[in-house]
Design a protein. Structure first.
Length: 119
C-alpha cells in the first residue's frame, strides 16, 4: 500500500521470498530444512527488517512433545543442511502451537507481527 507520503509498503509476499542483501531466500526451503530435524513439530520462517541487509530470515519453532530444542542447536543443524546466508538470524522456540488460519495454514501475518516486535 502507499502511505500518505507516497511511500510504498509491501506487507506480504505471495511467494514467501526473503531478499537478504540481494540474495533470495525461500521460506519454504528453510522450513523444509527445519522439519528435517527430528525434534521439530512445527516451523515457520519469515523476514525480519535488518539495517545492513534489508531483510533477514527469522523462525519460530515448536518442539515435538517431550523434546527440548535450543536456537543454537537448530542453527548448527541448519548450517549442515542449507547455505549459511539462509540460516535464520533469530530462532524463537515456542511451547505453544503456531497460530493457524481457517484453512489450517500457519498464520504468518500474526507470527510476523508478534515476533518482529521482539527482534
Amino acid at each position: 500500500y502507499l502511505d500518505e507520503d507516497g511511500y510504498l509498503f509491501i506487507v506480504d509476499r505471495k511467494k514467501d521470498i526473503i531478499i537478504r542483501g540481494g540474495e533470495n531466500i525461500s521460506c519454504q526451503e528453510v522450513e523444509a530444512a527445519l522439519y528435517e530435524h527430528p525434534a521439530v513439530a512445527e516451523a515457520a520462517v519469515f523476514g525480519l527488517a535488518d539495517e545492513r541487509f534489508g531483510e533477514v530470515p527469522g523462525a519460530v519453532v515448536v518442539p515435538q512433545d517431550g523434546e527440548t530444542l535450543t536456537s543454537d542447536d537448530l542453527a548448527a543443524f541448519l548450517h549442515q543442511h542449507i547455505a549459511a546466508f539462509k540460516v535464520p538470524q533469530r530462532i524463537w522456540i515456542s511451547e505453544q502451537p503456531l497460530p493457524r488460519l481457517g484453512t489450517e495454514k500457519i498464520d504468518k501475518v500474526s507470527l510476523k507481527a508478534t515476533y518482529r516486535a521482539l527482534a
